[in-house]
Design a protein around this ligand. Structure first.
Ligand SMILES: NC(=O)c1ccc[n+]([C@@H]2O[C@H](COP(=O)([O-])OP(=O)(O)OC[C@H]3O[C@@H](n4cnc5c(N)ncnc54)[C@H](OP(=O)(O)O)[C@@H]3O)[C@@H](O)[C@H]2O)c1
Length: 317
């Protein structure tokens, strides 16, 4: 398979600056990298927050997007886990320490093979593009056992001894209709030592904190006012802020085990992707890269209900 020298990508040109679809060179793969022809990418909540608030990213211009799926078209030196032609889902490059992103809102993605997973032919690129961030956010915040991880530190159901370990143990999920909240519902196995607030605004946070038993864990998805955290800690409740980025070092170990098991979890239906019957449905936005900004605007205006917005990156208008 040959790759072109140039591609189209959606850039955020500067901190709190303008979005622009423009031509850019493909990146050459380094050792351990793959190049993927991106067929579908899913919109997350964070891209619009980065643009509006100027947070997290310091290197501009930048290409955002954390979720993608497509076909492997080139292998970097030393890659043995994939062959050209493999269908994969992958996580965008986001270096949380350097504040740099080379994400999935482009036509040819170059990044580490470590964060990609093969997908069976039965799973569409659109469905596959909705997996990484949602599953990682849900899973890491509950199951990451690394010492300083922001997590309830339960044993993951895909690790030895984990499956069924918490059957019957209650959990409250506020905002279970959000995209990643639907993954939380799937992987925790029961309906209050653990409260997961998938919205974490003034509409839900006070309930989340009040519902949590002393000694329990509250998982939040947005920055929580210091005074609420201090009060929760005084009451013996731990507050953890989710972090669903595979590349962040604290997530490497749990992320590695999850990615290794992910094809099996998808094939078995333990993790379900959306269609008419299942949660985590998606909606394709028209216009490829040109459709992303309108989609982010809809998310900002609360005009997205129970679906993940997806774009097809090879569409040009
Ligand atoms: N830090 C991280 O690593 C990370 C990762 C992923 C997500 N997040 C954050 O998590 C939040 C959710 O993300 P997402 O992509 O899963 O969301 P999403 O699917 O875009 O969220 C939209 C959904 O939120 C529901 N909702 C809004 N306000 C609600 C309320 N007061 N009570 C109950 N449901 C409410 C809406 O339900 P209705 O349809 O009923 O209106 C809608 O279906 C975002 O703030 C996102 O930035 C953080």
């Amino acid at each position: 398979m040959s790759t072109p020298s140039h591609q189209e990508a959606l850039f955020l040109e500067a901190k709190q600056g303008q979005w622009a679809v423009r031509t850019t060179e493909l990146r050459k793969p380094g050792p351990g990298d793959i190049v993927v022809k991106v067929e579908a990418a899913a919109l997350g909540g964070v891209e619009r927050k980065i643009q509006a608030w100027g947070i997290l990213i310091t290197e501009y211009p930048t290409i955002l997007g954390l979720d993608g799926a497509g076909t492997v078209v080139e292998l970097g030196e030393g890659v043995t886990t994939f062959v050209v032609g493999d269908r994969v889902t992958f996580h965008g490059n986001w270096d949380t320490i350097a504040g740099a992103s080379y994400g999935t809102f482009l036509q040819y993605f170059t990044g580490s093979a470590q964060f990609a997973v093969k997908i069976p032919d039965s799973i569409s690129f659109e469905a596959a593009s909705t997996v990484h961030l949602g599953v990682a956010t849900a899973a890491f915040s509950i199951y990451n056992q690394a010492d300083s991880a922001p997590s309830a530190k339960y044993l993951a159901p895909w690790l030895p001894g984990g499956r069924g370990k918490y059957a019957g143990k209650p959990i409250v999920i506020l905002g279970g209709g959000t995209s990643h909240g639907q993954y939380v519902t799937q992987i925790t196995g029961g309906p209050v030592e653990l409260v997961y607030d998938a919205v974490s605004t003034a509409a839900t946070l006070p309930f989340a904190l009040a519902l949590t038993a002393p000694g329990g864990n509250v998982i939040v998805v947005q920055f929580t006012p210091e005074e609420l955290i201090a009060q929760a800690q005084k009451d013996g409740k731990a507050v953890h802020m989710v972090h669903g980025v595979f590349r962040t070092p604290i997530n490497h170990e749990i992320g590695g085990t999850l990615l290794w098991k992910l094809p099996e979890l998808l094939n078995s239906g333990d993790i379900k992707l959306g269609d008419l019957l299942y949660p985590n449905r998606w909606e394709v936005l028209p216009g490829g890269l040109n459709g992303i900004v309108g989609g982010l605007e809809r998310m900002k205006n609360d005009q997205v209900s129970g679906v993940k917005l997806v774009v097809r990156l090879q569409e040009t208008d």
